[in-house]
Structures are given as structure tokens and as C-alpha cells.
Design a protein around this ligand. Sequence first.
Ligand SMILES: [Zn+2]
Length: 144
Amino acid sequence: MRDISEKVSYLQGLSEGLNISDGNPQGKIISGILGVLDDVSGILVDMRSEFNIVKDYIESIDDDLFELEENFKQNTDVIELRCDNCGEELCFDADLIEDDDVIEIICPRCNEVVFINDGSFDYEYSDYDDAIGDEHDNGMNVDS
Ligand SMILES: [Zn+2]
């Protein structure tokens, strides 16, 4: 990018040295074009540095997201329920069971109440990986 700025500066110096803009129309056009090129290369340099800032920022968000995902997988007990009304399977954070407030879990499909944390519902704990199914299955079954 710096290379482009240097080339443009060189050409501008050259055109001044040769006095190409003195009088003749072609010379005026050439120095006009060089002026535009100079502006464009300046904009490119600015954009490159802004791009690098944004890129670093996105990379740091990506790292944070990865960390968050790992923590979530490790720390979350999930309760799986099947809606009696429509059969929809749903998962929710087991911490809700311990919550002091009464929390109703509503089926996202049919809006029936599928769970209330007042002790009147049965539930089973399962870990996160069971709850999300075979997503991590690499398809290679090894018989032992
Ligand atoms: Zn339902």
C-alpha cells in the first residue's frame, strides 16, 4: 500500500520536473489524474489501517466467543423435556429449577406450560453433550 503512495509521489515529482502541466491540455489531464491517484492511495492507506483495527477487534470477539462456548459446555446442566401437548423436545438450564422465583417453561411450538419449578414436575438431568445430540459424532465407529 505504501508502495502505491511512493509510486504516485514519484510520478508527481517526475511530471513536475518535466513541466508537463505547463500550457498543454494533455499535461493538465495527466497531472489531474496523478492528483486523483494521490487522493485514492491516501484513502487506501486509511482504509487499510481501519481494516486492521476492525480485524483485531473481530478476532478478539471470536476468542471471547470460543471461551464462552467452552465454559457453557462445561458448566451447564441441561434438563430435557418433551411437551405432552405437541411432542416438541426442549432443553433448558437446570439452574432454573433452583431459582427462588416460580418459573414456567412454555413450549415454543404450542405455548402450553411444560414445566413449573414448584416441585410438581419430574425431570432428568443430562449433560450438555447429550442434550445437543450427535453433533460431535465424526462418523467413524470403532468396534472394540
Ligand atoms: Zn408443545
